[in-house]
Design a protein around this ligand. Structure first.
Ligand SMILES: Cc1cc2nc3c(=O)[nH]c(=O)nc-3n(C[C@H](O)[C@H](O)[C@H](O)COP(=O)(O)OP(=O)(O)OC[C@H]3O[C@@H](n4cnc5c(N)ncnc54)[C@H](O)[C@@H]3O)c2cc1C
Ligand code: SF4
Ligand code: SF4
Ligand code: SF4
Length: 415
């Protein structure tokens, strides 16, 4: 059998599986649909205060760095699996590569194209994790040129002649012995719960947007006026444990990431007050229970899911909830509301289920062979890694992905 593996998705799960396999001497083809590496984690911040708070983001970043020097690995970003057929006990695969429209050998990384591009954000950019080994790329969904408008500013200003808007897609074929699916999750779409004002009020943001702002800017400011918010609210279980939106499961990571973020905000902005609205706190692990108890000293916890967020004439958010002790409905003022969005099945799951001959479970994630065999699937030679199979944090995703690599190695007889 062909001792090579196709890994689909280069989030922390796909990267971990690829490193494990490649370091064991197996040829790996790692295919990532976006221009950058790292999946969701690429936009997360470090949550250390005067001490490390064990969010594992740096562990994932370290794995991204290791990928650049891994042996036996072919990495294709901006690429998707077009066709797949079983053949000779393995799989024949056709991958389509979208061009980057920038010749990396010529590009001198002067950033001029990014600065001059008229779209916001710029459609030509260096994708995460911003390693010197990454190349500039154009996002054709945003770029005016590819939306049929007249623009070639980046090509004009580039001093190195590196931008080439005429590049075309190309296809490549591979033969592999096994496949590991690591296509991750999609965050819950906050516009589905209209009563919370996401999209209508600029100061209602998601935890993903908060992570990104803290990573890039290192501090928090309100989208509406750039001021530092003094009263911050987090709304837990946003799109999780909620039968109304069809997600009747716990996302496992939101309580922990929220508490680390809330703790970080109190550390960076001690004069601000932070309130967490919750149903009940799921603290997975003994150490986290201690951290939770420490957080209770400086953060206000209110046990109720607010029913409504509105904005008043003074640019303040009004959050309506029920005070359970007093048994009455309360409306409180906040400067910023953060929706702790849950983990939903990845957006390509249905497409891949059809292409690979897999199934989904009752929550829409990829179905594993059994509750105890979470890497294996009913399809021979196809394995699962990370959150594509169900909600997991980074360290759980890493452990699961090492399991997927071990199963693939055993299947190929390459242990
Ligand atoms: C707001 C928020 C904050 C969080 N903070 C923390 C934290 O501080 N600590 C922690 O431990 N966990 C945290 N988590 C959980 C963490 O995001 C996940 O554990 C982690 O991202 C899982 O990695 P993954 O590789 O399984 O999935 P993803 O990160 O989703 O990566 C999947 C990759 O697959 C690619 N892909 C998808 N479809 C295809 C396709 N068809 N072809 C090719 N590639 C494809 C995607 O582009 C992506 O790069 C947080 C989650 C959220 C929502
Ligand atoms: S990224 Fe997370 S685990 Fe790493 S140092 Fe910061 S707080 Fe600690
Ligand atoms: S063609 Fe125009 S819109 Fe597109 S990346 Fe270049 S400058 Fe930006
Ligand atoms: S302007 Fe040209 S050389 Fe400068 S970063 Fe952009 S593509 Fe590279």
């Amino acid at each position: 059998m062909d001792k090579s593996v196709l890994v689909i998705g280069a989030g922390v799960a796909g990267i971990t599986t690829s490193l494990e396999l490649a370091n064991s001497g197996v040829q790996v083809v790692l295919v990532e649909k976006s221009p950058g590496l790292g999946g969701a984690v690429a936009s997360y911040c470090c949550k250390a205060t005067d001490q490390c708070n064990k969010c594992s983001v740096c562990v994932a970043n370290q794995k991204m760095e290791e990928l650049w020097s891994a042996p036996n690995l072919s990495l294709f970003t901006n690429s998707v699996i077009q066709k797949l057929a079983r053949s000779d006990g393995g799989f024949h695969i056709t991958v389509t590569h979208k061009p980057s429209y920038v010749d990396d050998d010529k590009c001198i990384r002067c950033q001029l194209c990014t600065e001059k591009c008229p779209t916001t954000p710029s459609s030509i950019f260096l994708p995460p994790p911003h390693s010197s080994l990454q190349s500039y790329v154009i996002d054709t969904d945003r770029c005016l040129h590819f939306q049929g408008k007249k623009c070639n500013l980046c090509q004009e200003v580039c001093p190195a002649g590196a931008v080439d808007l005429s590049q075309k897609e190309r296809e490549e074929n591979f033969q592999v012995g096994a496949i590991v699916v690591a296509t991750g999750f999609s965050p819950f779409d906050p516009t589905r719960k209209k009563r919370y004002g996401y999209g209508a009020y600029p100061d209602v943001i998601t935890a993903l947007e908060l992570e990104e702002q803290l990573r890039i800017e290192g501090k928090l400011s309100r989208p509406s006026d750039g001021n530092q918010p003094k009263q911050i609210a987090f709304i837990q279980c946003f799109g999780s444990r909620d039968a109304h939106v069809g997600n009747n499961y716990c996302s496992r990571v939101c309580c922990t990431y929220t508490m680390r973020l809330a703790n970080l905000l109190k550390f960076k902005h001690p004069d601000s007050s932070v309130t967490i609205f919750y149903m009940d706190i799921q603290t997975f692990g003994k150490e986290f229970e201690q951290f939770y108890q420490q957080c209770r000293q400086k953060i206000t916890f209110i046990r109720d899911m607010p029913s409504l967020i509105q904005q008043d004439g003074n640019n303040k958010l009004l959050i309506t909830y029920q005070d359970r002790k007093e048994g009455q409905v309360v409306r409180s003022n906040f400067d910023l509301a953060v929706l702790s969005v849950g983990l939903c099945p990845g957006e390509d799951t249905a497409k891949l289920v059809e292409l690979l001959g897999l199934q989904t479970n009752e929550h829409g994630f990829f179905k594993s062979l059994s509750p105890l065999q979470t890497n294996e699937t009913e399809a021979e030679g196809i394995f699962l890694a990370g959150t594509c199979q169900g909600p997991r944090d980074i360290s759980e995703s890493i452990a699961h992905s090492i399991g997927a690599a071990e199963k693939a190695l055993a299947y190929l007889g390459a242990e």
